[in-house]
Design a protein around this ligand. Structure first.
Ligand SMILES: Nc1ncnc2c1ncn2[C@@H]1O[C@H](COP(=O)(O)OP(=O)(O)OP(=O)(O)O)[C@@H](O)[C@H]1O
Ligand SMILES: [Mg+2]
Length: 265
């Protein structure tokens, strides 16, 4: 049976001046899968997901969502289509509290009688925010606290919770586990699994291949702007993915250690 494609990228090219950040990249995302998008620094991962989420516009190529061509001019348009993104540089506002961050840009969803009762609106927003966090098992001591006082892991959890709560089709996470303690990493990866159980498709970017293997069904590898491989997670291993990422070949030392020898690509 042919798998169900939810998002299809066709021949995406993105240039920044003379620099070709993405070169003719085609990639499918299937319904209800976790796709790990990996590659070295500067490979084009963030650029690609920014194009999917409407934060950047490609120079060439097309995007199809559920078979229909889409042209997201802004992130708001992608959100309307059910695509939620957590960017590498977290999109939370430091000086707003947790509840306000969760509903930032969506205040209308908790509007009461056209916003006449501001106080009630805040109470309702806090109640809903607490429900979102509770559903995902996220513990934040005080959701009225400004997010600048939260730990890195808590901030990351709030950002992912926001995506999980509002992403109807696709959730994109750019380095969600970077700089987190072991326990917090486990929590974020559990959130990814919970989102998948809800039937959502997830793209996760990470430099930590162990984390990627814990959640991913499939890998797509970018190298200097080009897609150099796709692998089903259960049919591959860290060694092979590293080799794809670096373009290197393995040299086996006398001690039997496998080291990467970079090729001239
Ligand atoms: N706004 C921009 N203006 C100019 N160049 C950019 C811009 N954004 C990205 N680039 C360049 O495009 C290339 C791809 O960058 P991108 O951020 O997509 O890489 P990445 O794979 O996400 O890397 P990392 O793992 O370090 O986050 C890099 O060479 C980068 O310098
Ligand atoms: Mg990046």
């Amino acid at each position: 049976m042919k798998k169900d494609v939810i998002l299809s990228l066709r021949n995406i090219t993105k240039r920044f001046g003379a620099l070709v950040a993405l070169d003719d990249v085609s990639l499918d995302l299937y319904r209800n899968e976790v796709l790990a998008l990996v590659g070295d620094n500067g490979a084009g991962k963030s650029t690609l997901i920014k194009i999917i989420s409407g934060a950047l516009i490609q120079n060439k190529g097309e995007i199809y969502l559920n078979g229909k061509k889409v042209d997201f001019a802004t992130p708001v348009e992608a959100k309307r289509a059910g695509i939620e993104t957590v960017y590498q540089d977290l999109a939370l506002v430091d000086t707003l509290n947790v509840a306000n961050n969760l509903f930032l840009g969506r205040e209308e969803q908790v509007s009461l009688l056209g916003g006449t009762f501001k106080f009630l609106k805040h109470r309702l927003m806090e109640k809903k925010a607490q429900e979102i966090l509770d559903t995902l098992g996220i513990k934040i001591p005080n959701i009225r606290e400004q997010v600048k006082y939260l730990s890195g892991g808590q901030r990351q959890s709030v950002a992912v919770a926001k995506a999980a709560a509002f992403g109807k089709n696709i959730i994109i996470l750019d380095e969600p586990t970077a700089a987190l303690a072991v326990k917090e990493v486990g929590h974020i990866l559990d959130l990814v699994k919970k989102c998948k159980q809800k039937g959502i498709s997830i793209i996760i970017i990470t430099h930590n291949l162990e984390h990627a293997f814990m959640v991913a069904d499939r890998f797509a590898v970018l190298r200097v702007g080009k897609k150099v491989g796709e692998r089903i997670a259960k049919d591959t291993d860290i060694d092979e993915i590293v080799k794809l990422i670096t373009g290197g070949t393995f040299v086996v030392s006398k001690k039997g250690e496998r080291k990467i020898k970079a090729d001239s690509m």
